[in-house]
Design a protein around this ligand. Structure first.
Ligand code: SAJ
Length: 406
């Protein structure tokens, strides 16, 4: 039996996928409310294919509890924030979960850490904690790092098809874990050492963060001198070895704005490009706010509550709003403009911020300037509703004439 610890955005789909492929799985989370929701037959977030997968897993006998299970195989998938000041990974949730596992596990159990951690975290924090508790790694328990790579919005497909990395102390343990993931994963599964696995995951997300920063910087250069950044990127990307990403209002989610800081925190004098790239991405909400102020001034709008932000989630067609550019912008705006802007997002049903709407038409009726912060399909399908409106489109989804861009 596999005990999956942490039933959030990664742990839940992983547990469901394994269960629906014939593996005996119990899901554990310390959040009793979340466990109750799952046991009542409801998923806790929206994702293409998740509900169908959930039903398959239920039929296969998966169940959810707050208790850690007595078994020989654990997958730990808990959050890893970073310390705001040192920028280093904060492994407290991983260590707390492993501590609980040690209380109940069978001798020789495998503990797979899926959470993203900076290179060296297992050796610096997790292994010493295990040894201090009187256990010997490699004998009493085996540590493995198997970072996930699935992208919100396409999680179920990517769980099945992405290649994976397994980092283990020994080939034998690596191969055993590989077999467990191969129960559902159709991609290639590479077995390597733990530190390499830790590094690859952080490097992948850092690569993306740096590339997004490059496009955001281009947007700023083009704005400064009246050039069309989208036309320029389109033409550059026709070169066979150029592939520039999309500029936007900032970088959100729990991965791309977080993981690269682990490297900056651990190697401050060696991460000049990465550190600057992160600052460029972090500066984008303030840049958008400047664009909003410019457009307000040019169009005689003096009341900030006549400005509406379309989209609260960190990207299109997901309901995850962690570190979202809109939330970053609103925090910044509070300090500078005082009065809150209006906000609407079709994926966020509860009230998260002040002046939030739940009806697109009403929202549009109550604002003079619409700022598209997220390119949800809903807005793409309703572009005629924007005709005649003053629009700032930070995602390049609105092809109407007269629309303003980044
Ligand atoms: N963004 C841009 N421009 C782009 C692409 C993205 O501004 O061209 C913004 C998005 O709008 C969003 C943020 O960046 O605010 C991050 O979105 P994303 O789609 O780049 O990535 P995530 O956070 O949804 O998922 C990433 C993925 N990592 C990589 O592609 C290297 C995913 O594969 C990882 O599993 C995930 O992080 C994770 O959990 O680490």
């Amino acid at each position: 039996m596999i005990n999956v610890i942490g039933l959030g955005y990664i742990g839940l789909p992983t547990a469901l996928m394994m269960a629906s492929h014939g593996v005996e799985v119990v899901g554990t989370d310390y959040n009793a409310e979340l466990v109750a929701t799952l046991n009542a037959g409801k998923t806790t977030f929206k994702e293409d294919g998740l509900d169908a997968l959930f039903n398959d897993a239920l039929k296969s006998g998966i169940h959810f509890t707050t208790e850690y299970q007595h078994t020989d195989f654990y997958i730990v998938s808990v959050p890893t924030p970073y310390d705001e000041f040192s920028k280093k990974v904060d492994a407290k949730y991983v260590c707390a979960a492993v501590e609980q596992v040690l209380k109940v596990c069978k001798k020789g159990a495998i503990i797979v850490v899926e959470s993203t951690i900076s290179p060296g975290t297992i050796d610096k924090y997790v292994r010493p904690m295990i040894e201090a508790a009187g256990f010997k790694t490699g004998e009493d328990v085996h540590l493995v790092h198997a970072p996930e790579r699935i992208i919100p919005g396409n999680m179920v497909y990517e769980l099945l098809h992405n290649n994976r990395t397994i980092g283990a102390d020994s080939r034998e343990i690596g191969e055993r874990v590989k077999q467990a993931y191969a129960s559902f994963c159709q991609g290639e599964i590479v077995v390597t050492d733990i530190r390499t696995a830790e590094m690859t995951k952080v490097v992948e997300n850092t690569f993306r963060a740096v590339n997004i920063a490059f496009s955001n910087e281009l947007a700023k250069i083009c704005r400064h001198d009246g050039m069309d950044v989208y036309e320029i990127i389109k033409i550059c990307n026709m070169h066979p070895r150029v592939n520039i990403l999309n500029p936007g209002p900032g970088v959100g989610g729990h991965c791309i704005p977080v993981d690269p800081w682990f490297l900056v925190g651990d190697y401050p004098s060696l991460t000049k490009v990465i550190g600057e790239a992160m600052k460029v991405n972090d500066s984008m909400p303030a840049f958008i706010l400047e664009r909003i102020s410019e457009l307000m001034a040019e169009n005689g709008i003096t009341d900030p509550s006549r400005v509406g932000l379309y989209g609260l989630t960190y990207k299109e067609n997901v309901d995850d709003f962690r570190e979202s550019p809109t939330l970053q912008l609103l925090a910044f705006q509070k300090k500078h403009l005082g009065q809150p802007l209006k906000v609407y997002d079709p994926f966020i049903k509860k009230d998260l911020v002040a002046n939030q709407y739940h009806d697109l038409k009403q929202f549009l009726a109550d604002v003079d300037l619409v700022v598209i912060m997220v390119g949800h399909d809903e807005i793409k399908q309703n572009l005629p509703l924007l005709e005649g409106k003053l629009v700032l489109d930070t995602r390049n989804v609105c092809k109407l004439p007269g629309v303003h861009h980044l």
